[in-house]
Design a protein around this ligand. Structure first.
Ligand code: NDP
Length: 253
């Protein structure tokens, strides 16, 4: 995407990012912060979140908050606690990027372990739903807020071996569509991003043998992440966007 926002695009915006300690989420947190947002970093590994927080502090950007939560074991009460804590910190939320995700072994449906299926659904669907439900009141307090889910090309067209992960991303697309329609007369817009093959540890676990140099980095795909959090997208809702339009799915050669 060719998008060159002004450097103050996200001034005064308050944005929560899940999975903010690594990969795409880490880059999104640093990018949003650089464009003026106050960010709330949520993730599993506190030390990784603290390192992103320190990087933001070292650049004299608006101080970031961190909240560590393992979405694999998170309950509805845990998600409500997140919302309650955030309400102590800030008056509202202008953006939520649901980025944290779990991918397990690539294996045929017939061989998926039930526990793997449950884990992927818990992180990618159930926890995302519970967190969204808890955070909606804070988002609706903003005059213009943006809820962004992370999908995948296998969440639009099933692919052999991608089992629970693919099904969880279809569910993510559905969650986005339902919420977008429910909020079309409010200031809340709801969309999905499909990052496309991106150089992260999740990608490396799925395609260990591909040529990583041919993959976009998280920084390369940030224009769409910025666009959807800033005012330029305020009339867009119910859409599943591609950060790398036209990219063919599958390993980079
Ligand atoms: P990474 O594995 O690099 O990062 C995922 C992040 O999510 C990590 O910070 C990780 O925490 C966090 N996370 C994972 N499980 C949990 C959990 N149980 N509780 C809290 N946080 C958790 O993945 P990517 O950056 O590649 O992926 C980001 C998103 O993009 C995912 O939703 C993925 O499905 C999607 N995607 C990625 C593609 C790619 O090519 N990279 C392609 C299509 C979609 P920790 O740091 O503790 O491990």
């Amino acid at each position: 995407m060719h998008y060159h926002p002004k450097s103050d695009l996200l001034n005064n915006r308050i944005i929560l990012i899940t999975g903010a300690g690594d990969g795409i989420g880490r880059e999104a947190a640093l990018t949003y912060s650089r464009f003026g947002a106050q960010v709330i970093l949520l993730g599993r590994t506190e030390s990784k979140l603290a390192s992103v927080q320190q990087e933001i502090a070292a650049k004299n950007l608006r101080p970031a908050f961190i909240y560590s939560l393992d979405l694999l074991t998170a309950s509805q009460q845990d998600c409500q606690r997140v919302a309650d804590q955030i309400a102590q910190w800030v008056p509202h939320l202008d953006g939520v990027l649901h980025n944290a995700g779990l991918l397990t072994d690539i294996t045929p449906m017939a061989q998926i372990k039930l526990q793997d299926w449950m884990n992927v659904m818990q992180v990618n669907v159930n926890a995302t739903f519970m967190l969204t439900q808890a955070l909606l009141p804070l988002m609706l307090k903003s005059a213009s807020s943006s809820l962004v889910f992370t999908t995948s090309s296998v969440g639009r067209e099933g692919r052999s071996g991608w089992g629970a992960y693919a099904v969880s991303k279809f569910a993510t697309e559905g969650m986005m569509q339902v919420l977008a329609e429910e909020h079309k007369h409010t200031g809340l817009r709801v969309n999905c991003i499909n990052p496309g093959g991106t150089r992260t540890s999740m990608r490396a676990s799925a395609f260990p043998d591909e040529n990583k140099d041919k993959l976009k980095t998280p920084a390369d795909i940030m224009p769409l992440y910025l666009y959807l959090m800033g005012d330029d997208s305020r009339r867009k809702t119910g859409i599943s966007f591609d950060a790398q339009p036209g990219r063919k799915a599958g390993p980079a050669e």
